[in-house]
Design a protein around this ligand. Structure first.
Ligand SMILES: NC(=O)c1ccc[n+]([C@@H]2O[C@H](COP(=O)([O-])OP(=O)(O)OC[C@H]3O[C@@H](n4cnc5c(N)ncnc54)[C@H](OP(=O)(O)O)[C@@H]3O)[C@@H](O)[C@H]2O)c1
Length: 256
């Protein structure tokens, strides 16, 4: 995406009606990497993302951007258990350089009329891919316990296609409704997938001692998404139900 000429060449060759942009720089092994590699992070998350959106705009091509909801953190107006953040709420979390690039690029990108911006959080696949949020937290030595919005991909990827096909644009919080804590996720995982699984918690203060960049914890309001999908007769399950179904599918599919 950083190479504008190559992006244009590809668009001219394929002549797509729609583009789905799932690319971005999240860092390895985690977002702390972005703190030490700011130029590379900007090239991908800012220059690259805008290059692609811009080249699509010039050709009248619809683009769906798989963006992030990690641009918010619980605050006095949005405490744990309180109302979620609306699409119209200004971002209030730039505690990591990763989030700082993402929130600024979203703000600028949304001036393009051809962009559908889908804000995912902590994506969960039906397998135990290393990038699955569940895989990640089962491998941590210690895990915090905070309710968050999560995106169960089985439920939401079909919704992304539906919105793109219908040329919807604008920003959508793109998670299952509700919030679920780490312990609730791991408890369901233990009950349904791996009975012998055990884990240890630590506090947010203790976590802050072993990470370089801050981490976003928040619940996004999904009202706008749910209402839009209802227009197409499509429902998204509440996050606890969605996890239960996801873990049952894992068992059915022999994932361990
Ligand atoms: N994972 C999460 O928890 C999460 C949550 C919310 C939103 N997101 C967003 O979802 C997107 C994908 O995240 P992910 O977790 O799937 O990351 P990932 O596993 O690191 O995959 C990112 C992909 O983007 C490609 N890429 C990066 N920079 C690129 C560029 N400049 N041009 C072309 N391709 C580029 C990478 O290609 P190479 O392998 O060749 O480098 C890789 O295939 C990101 O924008 C991220 O912000 C992720």
């Amino acid at each position: 995406m950083e190479n504008r000429e190559a992006v244009i060449e590809e668009l001219e060759r394929i002549k797509p009606t729609h583009v789905l942009n799932c690319a971005g720089c999240t860092g390895r092994p985690n977002v702390d990497w972005c703190e030490d590699n700011k130029a590379a992070t900007i090239r991908s998350n800012v220059i690259g993302t805008l290059n692609l959106a811009d080249a699509c705009e010039q050709r009248g091509v619809h683009i769906s951007v798989f963006a992030t909801g990690c641009i918010y953190a619980y605050d006095d107006a949005h405490p744990i258990g309180g109302p979620g953040f609306l699409e119209t709420d200004p971002a209030n979390f730039s505690g990591s350089f990763y989030s700082a690039t993402k929130l600024r690029v979203e703000e600028i990108m949304m001036n393009y009329p051809n962009v559908l911006c889908l804000r995912l959080r902590m994506p969960v696949s039906d397998d135990l891919h290393p990038r699955n949020f569940v895989t990640k937290i089962t491998k941590y030595e210690r895990v915090v316990d905070v309710p968050n919005s999560n995106t169960i991909l089985h439920d939401l990827l079909p919704a992304a296609i539906l919105l793109a096909e219908n040329n919807e644009t604008g920003v959508y919080n793109f998670t299952n409704p509700g919030a679920i804590s780490h312990n609730e996720v791991l408890g369901l995982f233990k009950n349904i997938v791996r009975p012998e699984f055990e884990w240890k918690n630590f506090s947010l203060e203790q976590q802050s001692l072993v990470i370089k960049a801050g981490r976003s914890n928040c619940m996004l309001d999904t009202g706008k998404l749910v209402r839009k999908l209802e227009e197409y007769g499509f429902e998204v399950p509440e996050v606890h139900d969605a996890y239960e179904q996801c873990f049952k599918r894992m068992v059915e599919n022999g994932v361990e």
